[in-house]
Each structure stands twice: as C-alpha cells, then as structure tokens.
Design a protein around this ligand. Sequence first.
Ligand code: PLP
Length: 487
Amino acid sequence: MKTIIEPFRIKVVEPIRMTTREERAHLLEKAGYNVFLLHSDDVLIDLLTDSGTAAMSAAQWGAIMRGDESYAGSPSYYRFRDTVREIFGFKQIIPTHQGRAAERILFSTVCEPGDVVPNNTHFDTTRANIEATGARAVDLPIAEGLIPSHVHPFKGNMDVEALSELIAEVGPERVPLVMITVTNNTGGGQPVSMANIRAVSEVCRTHGIDFYVDACRFAENAYLIKLREHGYADAPLPDIVHEMFGYTDGCTMSAKKDGLANIGGFLATNDEELARDERDLLILTEGFPTYGGLAGRDLEAVAVGLREVLHEDYLEYRLASVRYLGEHISGFGVPIVQPPGGHAIYIDAAAFFPHLDPLELPGQSLVAELYLEGGVRSVEIGTVMFGTHDWETGKETASSMELVRLALPRRVYTQSHVDYLVEVIHEVWDRREAIGGFRFTYQAPTLRHFTARFEPSYRFAARVRGSPPCGELPDRVISTPPTEIIT
Ligand SMILES: *Cc1c(COP(=O)(O)O)cnc(C)c1O
C-alpha cells in the first residue's frame, strides 16, 4: 500500500515562528508553567485543541464571500438549513454560535431540577449546562472505556445495562433525554458503534425517552464504524450518518469540530413544538432564528464544511495521521490510550512518569516538557483539570486518570510536522526518569486549569535554570491571582 498523503495542496500558508530552548524556558516560567497562558505565536505546533482550529478550504473561503448578512431570512441560512437537513435528517434546524449554546438552549428547555441526563461521557460544557438547570449529569461508559491500555474497537460505547438500571432506579419521568457523544471526547476520542447506538435507542423507545447525539465528531465516528464494524465496510458515508441519526430524536453540534469551521454550531430536532420553545430562547440570547448568533458568512462556511468532512479521502487521511502519531510513539514505549481514536492521541502520563505521585501533577510535567523540548503545546487532562482542592483544609485530591491530549487540528499540519512531534516526544521519553513534578502556586475556585500557575519541583527547575535541588515540595496555594494572569 502506498503512503496515505494529505489529500490537498496548499494555497495559503501561515508562517510559524521558530524559538530556541532558552526562549521557551523563559516564556514557560513567565506563564507560570501554564501553557494556556502562552501567546500562541510562541508555539511551534499547537495541539491544545482541535476545536475551531481547522484550515478552511478554498470552497469555504469562496462561500464566505457569498454570505448574505440580512437580519432575517438570509439565503445563507437556507443553504445551511438544507445541508444540515440533508446530512442529519432532522427537520427543525436552529443555528447557534457554538456547541455549548445549543446545549444551553436544549437543556434549559427540557430539564427540571432533580432530573437525570445519562451520556456515555459528558463533555465538560454539556455537564455544566445540565447541572446549571439543577439536573444531574451521569456518565455511563462501558468498563473497557476506562482502561487506557485496553484495546477495544468501540471504547466510546455506552453501558446499556447500566442505562436500563439507572432508568429503573430514578424512573423514566425523571429522564428528559439520553445523550450519546460521538466520538467520546472525554473518554479518549473513542468511537461509538452503530450496534450501541441502536441498543440505546431501543431502551429509550421502550421508556418513551428522547435520544440525542452530541454530534461534534460525527464524521470521524461514522468513518470508524466503516473501518471497524462488521457490515459497514462498503457502506457510503452519508448512509452510515443517516442510519446513526435515524435512531435518534435530535442532536447538538459544534461546527468547530467536524463542521471544519472556525465558529458555529446548531441544535436539531423533529419536534416542532419543542423547536418553537427553543427558538424563543434563541431570540433572547443568541439572535434571530435565521442566524442564531452567527454571521451569514459563517453559516456558509459551515454548510460547505459539513459536506467536505464526509469526503472519504479526507477521513482516511485524518484518521491515518492520528494513527501514525499513536503507532510511532507507542512503538518506542510511550503509554497511550489504545487504540488511537478520531481526533487526538492521549498519553497516559501516570504510566509515563511512574516515579511521580498524581499530586506531583505528572500530566503538567509532560505538558511543560513537550513545550520546552520542541515548542509543542498540549493539554493536561488529569489532576490539574479534574482534581479538587479543599479550601478549608488545603487538601488536594487527584483525578482518576492522568492524561495528556495531543489534539490534531484538521487539515493544518503535514506528515513532517507529525514526524517532528514524534522526535520531540522521543527526546522527553529518553530522559523521563530525570523529570520532576509540579505544584500549584495559584488556583481559581472553578475551572482552575485555565488560569492556574505552577512551580516546578527541583528536578525540573535544576535542568531549566541550573538551580540547586530544593528537596521536598512545600504545599502552598496562593489564592490571590497574580497580576497579568490573562489579558
Ligand atoms: C467542543 C465540544 C462541545 C462544545 O462545543 P463548543 O463549540 O466548544 O461550545 C460539546 N461536546 C463535545 C463532545 C465537544 O467536543
């Protein structure tokens, strides 16, 4: 078989700025070792997120020029609506500025305090929007999904038995809807099988509960069904997508992922009455129903992007680049969430640094080292993001997993960028035993990972600054934010 190449050529380029190790050491220290606080032009390869970071095509830029900015009834809306209808099969299409706006409108319309909303694994904004209504967000992943090294073709699946038990326990009247996230982002970008979607839908039908999809990465999930699920190898992608959504009652979507756009989203359903209530809320906070917080030009870019994302050459290249990265680094021993999923590789930082305690923030160490070594920006999904700090006792509690996510923006980096990335990871891997941990010097009461500041333990500090070892990590957390934290 020949090399799977990037199925595009490059018309416009964005230079990336090379930095030296010394510069990066200085920038990292200045940012309190929090890569969210770096300026992005100090980053060489930015794998912080695959959200809103796609490179748009010539056809999308062309469509942008056609964007009609009429307040009401813009033809751009109708092109957007018809595309979404055709691909997903829903009748009522409500544009929103991004995914979380669709979530807020949906959940504040259907949830009551005390309700329960199950999902394979809720994305953080989904959970937050459910909890904001007083309802409870429950994760029901299959057991295999929680073991990073375990290989399973559909680790994103929902535990159907646990779903039935939960419904029996709380009563179907307390469950306004069941949701399934494709691919399961929080659970490692792992796909959900068609069989699982069908099984969840049957449980929902039996109890008269609506079934929604968090559709952010619907195309990557559909292609993984084609590659991995029996009976779909020859099915055209649009048919797989139709079948997936045909089992459901609606979806929320962030077009910043598989919309191949830099902004946008939507909420879709067949329920006319529900859609009317949702549009009333939309008008209150997002905008008139034919633009929903977007410019006409954005609606055009999303309409074109939703079609392009279903090109099989694109998806073959997309999944091959993620797999290529995963196979190369696991080839020399780096522990990753197996098998490689749709949009990212997740390194198991606890297994990468077995000598570090979770409270020494091994994921944070790896994130800092990858930047220092090669200007690569990744994101910690472990104790920094999901651990807790007790403000009365000062006690820190670790998260159940210590992952570092390398999310690949769509159509942005080439194979030689990925080769460079593999080399950077290899360098860090080779000297992993000499790498130390971190501690918080500042954290905010909520969503602390965005603005936290850290201090390295002696091993890191010794290498960066040549300073002598200082021994034990004192447990100090400053609660006043340093000045100039985010600007
Ligand atoms: C990104 C994302 C969202 C939220 O979308 P935004 O466009 O960032 O508001 C919801 N669910 C999943 C699975 C996501 O990845």
